[in-house]
Design a protein around this ligand. Structure first.
Ligand code: PMV
Length: 334
């Protein structure tokens, strides 16, 4: 099935043609998966093999502002700089807009402000596509349900399906070939004492996209066969840990899940390794600190940067260990 068929299904064959407001605005936070999405059952629709679960970083994300352009092409401004229309970023954005344009002749001026590095494994595409979908929903007054917005965001980038909400979000893998049952669902847990700290080793664009890395893993990793079982166990343990607020269980499971994901990549051919020497050094520092009794864990996505997981009461000890850590607010702290 094609992406355009999913879009047509959501709009019952009638995609609105006219902008209803002068401006469309959309903000979406980035999200960090505690139980990862790695591998697609449908590469066209970004349908995952497994469900996944994330926590949003509410102040880290993308703000998209849309207005109609008077030129017969898009203008894309990312963090106050105009982007070349033949760049990968512009081409992906344009291809996504084409899904809603069909044969209509509107073009947009797209202003995106992101306060996270682009394509460095910090889920910039998740917040980017989710904010673009929200801004389109506003400009054209689609009035779509959030489940549908989540499905549309997924067509841009898989993990964007989870970026429509703050807090903990589960993205259901679904079983339908059209993916109409594969969208995010906010989970009613709050955990104001939970902290995430970003350890940036490199803000450079990743050497291999998550799209390509996932495909290589699915096609060549011997370990990938055991990934769905690992995810289904971790997902239920994480939900149980959220229920009883067991931090060591939550964060330990998240760390183990991330390492298992990276193990599937390392066992792919050609091998995929997002670790830098600094990443491994930081992991050892975390493990040593844990041996000394500090409740400190990490997770890592498709990039060399680590996201530390710890409790608010340990903030000073974590900062002493990693003075460069950027601590992110997750909930309205009490
Ligand atoms: O949505 P994508 O294609 O950028 O893939 C995201 C993959 C991971 O960040 C590694 C895991 C996840 O669940 O976010």
């Amino acid at each position: 099935m094609k992406k355009s068929e999913v879009v047509s299904h959501i709009f019952h064959g009638h995609i609105p043609k006219t902008a209803k407001h002068e401006k469309g605005l959309g903000y979406a936070p980035t999200n960090i998966a505690l139980c990862k999405y790695w591998g697609k059952r449908d590469t066209e629709l970004n349908l995952p093999h497994t469900s996944s679960l994330s926590i949003a970083l509410p102040d880290k994300g993308s703000m998209t502002t849309l207005t109609l352009n008077d030129k017969s092409s898009e203008t894309i401004i990312l963090n106050d700089k105009e982007i070349a229309l033949d760049s990968v970023f512009a081409q992906r954005t344009k291809a996504f807009l084409d899904l809603f344009r069909a044969n209509q002749k509107w073009y947009l001026k797209i202003n995106i402000n992101m306060n996270i590095p682009v394509a460095a494994g910090l889920a910039s595409s998740a917040s980017g596509f989710a904010s673009l979908v929200c801004a389109l929903n506003d400009l054209f007054d689609w009035k779509l349900h959030k489940n549908d917005l989540s499905i549309l965001a997924r067509l841009g980038s898989g993990s964007a399906a989870r970026s429509l909400w703050t807090g903990f979000v589960e993205w259901h893998a679904g079983v339908r070939p059209d993916g109409m049952d594969s969208f995010g669902e906010p989970l009613a847990f709050e955990w104001p004492e939970l902290c995430v700290g970003i350890l940036t080793m490199s803000s450079d664009e990743k050497p291999i996209s998550s799209r390509e890395a996932m495909q290589t893993t699915v096609n060549s990793s011997l370990l990938y066969n055991s990934w769905p079982r690992k995810v289904s166990q971790d997902l239920s343990i994480i939900k149980q840990a959220l229920q009883v607020k067991n931090f060591a269980l939550l964060a330990g499971t998240a760390e183990s899940n991330a390492l298992a994901m990276h193990a599937t990549m390392l066992s792919s051919w050609p091998p995929i390794c997002y670790f830098l020497p600094e990443t491994i050094a930081a992991m050892h520092k975390v493990w040593d600190a844990r041996k000394q009794g500090l409740q400190l864990y990490f997770t890592e996505d498709a990039g060399p940067n680590l996201k530390l997981l710890f409790l608010k009461e340990d903030t000073a000890r974590v900062q002493a260990l990693f003075p460069e850590v950027e601590i992110i607010r997750l909930f309205d702290q009490v």
